[in-house]
Design a protein around this ligand. Structure first.
Ligand SMILES: [Zn+2]
Length: 167
């Protein structure tokens, strides 16, 4: 008997498939990467036995962490780039972000949120049957807490790795 928690189950298969795509930096071209479509929970929303949005979000959270596991200079440069575009001072540093300066952390949260939105957009073009989720829309129908905790999870992991590397 095949259990439902093992590597064969659609949820785990899907998360590992997309983590590998992220590792190879092929997320933008994910639609063209060969995979087992019968077991893919992005191609077949609902196949994982969980609510499709939470599955899509988990896929993106894990993939973002593959690309950006820790808060480093490269990530800070991206956050500063976003700030400059929004007309703020692009003067953040790893230290200021780790110290938890409120204004700085708000920009970090915005970066993660944008990464999630971009990822969901790329999953929407994964296959003809994949769904198109919009973060604002999902928030308005009650997924705000899940989205907020996903953002905090990513920030927590990125902070942990950056802090560990400084020791
Ligand atoms: Zn698929």
């Amino acid at each position: 008997m095949i259990g439902n928690q093992g590597e064969d189950d659609p949820f785990h298969y899907t998360v590992s498939h997309f983590k590998e795509i992220a590792r190879q930096n092929l997320f933008a071209e994910n639609a063209g990467v060969a995979h087992d479509m019968d077991r893919c929970a992005v191609c077949n929303p609902g196949i994982a036995g969980r609510d499709p949005f939470s599955v899509y979000l988990e896929v993106i959270v894990e993939s973002v962490l593959v690309r950006r596991p820790g808060l480093d200079e490269a990530l800070v440069a991206e956050i500063n780039g976003d700030r400059a575009m929004a007309g703020f001072d692009a003067d953040l540093t790893v230290s200021r972000l780790l110290e938890g300066d409120r204004n700085a952390v708000d920009s970090w949260v915005s970066w993660v949120r944008e990464a999630l939105a971009t990822g969901l957009g790329l999953l929407s073009i994964h296959s003809p049957t994949s769904l198109d989720f919009d973060l604002d829309e999902q928030e308005s129908i009650g997924y705000g807490p899940l989205i907020a905790s996903s953002i905090q999870h990513i920030i927590g992991q990125q902070r942990r790795l950056a802090t560990a590397l400084r020791k």
